[in-house]
Design a protein around this ligand. Structure first.
Ligand code: TXA
Ligand code: MG
Length: 332
């Protein structure tokens, strides 16, 4: 694996060469690191699924540099244009009706008639996309089902032997994945995955924005038909068992090898205590969440992880709750 610097133009041009020849490059975004390949090259796209161990029925997001690229591959309803103008570049992915153009192979969207597009805000990735005029398919750069990577060393540890290069762009600003909304031909907007752009942010521009309601909650991943593909109940899982305890309640006692993860710094704490923020700020909690879980997962003193579950749902906390519920969900 080549280690390249995102801020260095010569390194970016090397990354572009690797991508053009069908290689895999881990790239920084403002949310989490992505595992990128040329979205117009179906054999490169299939290596993404192989490297992650990801089933091919779980579609990928295509990262672009400008609106013109979006017009080449998707139909853009009026409300989608408005969301792009408002939130791009930034942590918003928009699922749109695909055009019949063959430019992006159907494997990218797992055969669905829609395509997920995102114009990322990280300056190094923006430069790379502009300089290469690329369409980059990129899921989060972690083995399928594991905790998403928010720092270059996370990518190196779990994907280093399966990629051609890693473009270092430092720690990711938001630390959780982009908000995903679907916009259909009737101009309806549905949030498929909560993230840094909140429901309240979206409601200012899309007054009827709805949250996707998974009414099949009782069913296991293996049996579900995935009307919102890829929204697995079990995801972001550390290799050690993770349990949740309600905010401001006493953490469960018992196993001395349990690590406790608090939302804010507790007044008293033991050796195996960690916290996600100094004062409970949702943005800080989100920023530190995956990094802290990975650190604990690698800590040989720890056997189990107990995480304080936020009671509030405001702002980005709704995304934090979503990720924690999936991290604690049983497999299957
Ligand atoms: O912040 C992010 O979005 C990161 C960075 C790298 O951009 N990417 C990311 O990708 O989180 P991934 O593959 O880990 O999650 C993308 C989600 C998956 O759950 C997938 O099923 C969903 O987006 N998705 C992709 N295309 C879709 C489509 N056409 N319809 C519905 N959901 C789709
Ligand atoms: Mg992912």
């Amino acid at each position: 694996m080549r280690r390249l610097q995102g801020s260095d133009a010569a390194d970016r041009s090397e990354a572009i060469q690797i991508l053009r020849s069908g290689g895999l490059v881990a790239v920084p975004t403002e949310t989490v690191y992505g595992l990128a390949a040329d979205a117009t090259n179906s054999s490169a796209v299939s290596t993404i699924f192989e490297a992650k161990g990801r089933p091919q029925n779980d579609p990928l997001i295509v990262h672009i540099a400008d609106r013109g690229q979006a017009e080449q591959v998707c139909h853009l309803p009026v409300i989608a244009r408005l969301l792009m103008e408002t939130f791009w570049p930034g942590p918003l992915t928009i699922v749109l009706p695909r055009l019949s153009s063959r430019m992006i192979p159907t494997l990218v969207s797992s055969g669905h008639p829609t395509l997920a597009l995102r114009m990322p805000g990280h300056p190094s990735l923006r430069s790379l996309l502009e300089e290469g005029q690329l369409f980059l398919a990129a899921p989060s750069a972690n083995p399928f089902g594991y905790i998403s990577p928010t720092r270059p060393e996370h990518v190196e540890q779990t994907m280093g032997d399966r990629i051609d290069a890693l473009l270092d762009g430092g720690p990711c600003q938001h630390g959780i994945e982009s908000t995903i909304v679907q916009v259909d031909d009737r101009e309806e907007v549905t949030i498929l995955r909560p993230g840094p752009i909140t429901q309240a942010d979206l409601a200012k521009f899309a007054p009827n924005v709805k949250l996707y309601n998974d009414s099949r909650d009782g069913e296991s991943d293996a049996r579900r038909a995935h009307p919102a593909p890829g929204m697995m109940k079990s995801h972001y899982r550390p290799s050690k068992g993770l349990i949740l305890f309600p905010e401001n309640s006493d953490p469960p006692s018992g196993d001395p090898q349990t690590a406790f993860v608090y939302l804010r710094k507790p007044p008293e704490f033991t050796d195996l205590a960690f916290w996600l923020s100094e004062d409970g700020s949702g943005r800080e909690i989100a920023h530190n969440l995956f990094h802290t879980l990975r650190k604990i997962d690698n800590d040989p003193r720890v056997r189990k992880i107990a995480v304080e579950f936020p009671s509030g749902n405001e702002g980005v906390l709704s995304a934090v709750r979503d990720r924690l519920q999936r991290a604690a969900a049983p497999l299957g």
